[in-house]
Design a protein around this ligand. Structure first.
Ligand SMILES: Cc1cc2nc3c(=O)[nH]c(=O)nc-3n(C[C@H](O)[C@H](O)[C@H](O)COP(=O)(O)OP(=O)(O)OC[C@H]3O[C@@H](n4cnc5c(N)ncnc54)[C@H](O)[C@@H]3O)c2cc1C
Length: 381
């Protein structure tokens, strides 16, 4: 697949793609099955990701990043995900945290907390979800009380990617219990803060190297760790999620691309009834449907990236890209496994892992139902 010929990608992207494809195939892909089987953290790849500048692709040079344009970020994440979806997911969670600092922080906060993260000196995490609420943050119950020059944050969080491995966690808490979304504020919580307890990692179905943890909080942070003003947290989270939905869509593109490549190779080589499987019309139709879905998801994702680059509103475009790409990757990985027959169902081949890795994409960072709600509301209004 020639990436630079896609709308919105340039010759520079071709060079980026070739460099990243080598890294993804030589370093990430061989480890992907091992991380999955042994339930190991993809954070083992952090030094290599940092060396390539990948930990700061969303951050301006002034704050230690390499500031790629949105379409190039999509391309980069998709190539990482082709080699290892768990690594792409871990990076996506890192971008949630670093985007929150970039979009919500002042320059002093960015210099102190964002720069080392962009340079890959540690991972970021983003703690919005709680045991009692995921889809509707207005219901979150973690509370932050001002105590002199500090805030005391008390509560619990659930499914927080990178929390254990993180250097810095962005925590969302209510500063006013009576205000729903408008009472939510965002805080910078260094990982070593006293009173932060991180439970063991969840035993996940897929992206097993992208670790997610439950947190218990009874901590104090300096008042200067508040991002923006009290009550700004919900708007900030929504802005960050607009960006991250493109990152999830890009991860879907990468997993699907890997599964599609396996399917085209396998059906070329596999002989059934004296001819290659891909000479059967039924198989060609399946490959055609997979290719169409994949290309359509690329189109929606790059369109959203284009709007973001032009600083146009892109909430609906990002939700459409995330919704379509996450449904697409479940379809493409399922069909790719089917084309491999019984071999696809074994752990000798990566197809069953692709299917498991794909499943979370319809759930996190706004489930498919929530994306439909966002898109539907924007269409109706
Ligand atoms: C591996 C993993 C990593 C994660 N990483 C992070 C992270 O780093 N940070 C973080 O903050 N969170 C993270 N999450 C949490 C994730 O974003 C939530 O699980 C997700 O938003 C859904 O919330 P929930 O699990 O509470 O489900 P619920 O909100 O309880 O929803 C349950 C079901 O009901 C549906 N539903 C909910 N509301 C509606 C509605 N109004 N109409 C129709 N259907 C509805 C949902 O789509 C879903 O299918 C992660 C989760 C996982 C599994």
């Amino acid at each position: 697949m020639v990436f630079c010929t896609r709308v919105g990608l340039t010759d520079d992207d071709k060079i980026l793609a070739e460099m990243l494809m080598r890294f993804s195939q030589e370093k990430l892909a061989p480890m992907a099955a091992i991380l999955d089987r042994d339930n190991l953290s993809a954070a083992c790849h952090l030094p290599a990701l940092a060396e390539l500048g990948l930990t700061g692709i969303n951050v301006p040079e002034k704050f230690g990043g390499v500031a790629l344009k949105p379409a190039s970020i999509v391309l980069a994440i998709s190539i990482i995900a082709q080699g290892c979806a768990a690594t792409a997911s871990m990076l996506g969670a890192h971008f949630l945290g670093t985007d929150a600092l970039l979009l919500g922080g002042n320059d002093a906060q960015r210099e102190q907390f964002l720069t080392p993260l962009a340079q890959g000196k540690g991972l970021a995490a983003f703690a919005l979800t709680e045991p009692g609420c995921g889809s509707n943050p207005a219901e979150l119950t973690t509370y932050a009380m001002r105590e002199g020059d500090y805030y005391r944050i008390v509560g619990g969080k659930q499914f927080i990617s990178n929390a254990e491995e993180a250097r810095t966690i962005i925590v969302f808490a209510k500063t006013d219990k009576n205000l729903g979304n408008k009472g939510i504020s965002a805080f910078i919580l260094p990982r070593d803060t006293a009173g932060l307890v991180i439970d063991r990692a969840e035993n996940l179905m897929g992206i097993r190297g992208g670790k997610a943890y439950a947190l218990t909080l009874d901590c104090r942070v300096p008042a200067s760790n508040l991002l923006g003003n009290e009550g700004d947290g919900f708007k900030l989270a929504m802005k960050v999620l607009d960006n991250s939905r493109l990152d999830v869509a890009a991860t879907c593109l990468g997993i699907a691309q890997a599964a599609f490549a396996c399917a085209t190779e396998w059906t070329k080589a596999r002989m059934v009834g004296g001819k290659p499987l891909n000479m059967r019309q039924g198989v060609q139709w399946t490959l055609a449907d997979m290719g169409c879905q994949l290309e359509a998801a690329w189109g929606l994702t790059l369109q959203a990236a284009y709007l973001r680059a032009c600083q146009q509103p892109f909430t609906m475009a990002a939700s459409m890209a995330k919704l379509f790409a996450s449904e697409m990757v479940n379809f493409v990985t399922d069909r790719a496994l089917q084309l491999h027959g019984g071999y696809g169902y074994t752990q000798e081949l990566p197809l069953e892992r692709f299917v498991r890795d794909a499943r979370i994409m319809r759930i996190y960072e706004g489930s498919s139902e929530i994306q439909r709600t966002v898109i539907g509301r924007l269409i109706a209004n």
